[in-house]
Design a protein around this ligand. Structure first.
Ligand code: FES
Length: 150
């Protein structure tokens, strides 16, 4: 039996989240090759949010984490989708109002997991300001990140 593969999120260096699926199959059972997925903004500056428009280059976005950054649990995301509001087994990405991406069911290519963090459901920074990249640390509130169209 074929092992089920989960869709994946990759981090491009100083650039967007690259959301792909490892196995995209059409209705004829044919695996589609060369599907590039979606590039989601994580610098906060795109004019086409939530999608990347290459503004990260213009603003010199860096995904470096400060040496003294401490992983933090994200406990408060007003405006995020409520747990249980969708099929808990379906991979999904939801956008919190003026806040992070709420991700469920995607593999994430990072070594920056904090101890005890859920790898099934987590929050990714999209304001560009987190000191715990790629995860949201609540900085979007202090920098008053706004995205009125999403
Ligand atoms: S979205 Fe960037 S810190 Fe929360």
């Amino acid at each position: 039996m074929k092992q089920e593969q989960r869709p994946r999120i990759r981090l491009s260096r100083n650039g967007p989240y690259l959301v792909t699926v490892d196995d995209l199959t059409n209705s004829k059972g044919e695996r589609l090759q060369g599907w590039n997925g979606v590039a989601l903004c994580r610098c906060g500056a795109s004019n086409r949010k939530p999608f990347c428009d290459s503004s990260h280059i213009r603003i010199g976005f860096s995904d470096d984490r400060p040496q003294d950054s401490t992983p933090c649990a994200v406990a408060d995301h007003r405006g995020a989708a409520q747990p249980g509001s969708s099929d808990v087994n379906a991979p999904s990405i939801r956008i919190a109002r003026n806040g992070p991406y709420e991700v469920q069911g995607f593999e994430l290519d990072t070594d920056n997991w904090s101890e005890g963090a859920s790898r099934e459901r987590y929050f990714l920074c999209r304001c560009g300001g987190s000191k715990n990249k790629p995860f949201c640390d609540g900085t979007h509130r202090s920098i008053q990140f706004r995205d009125d169209s999403n």
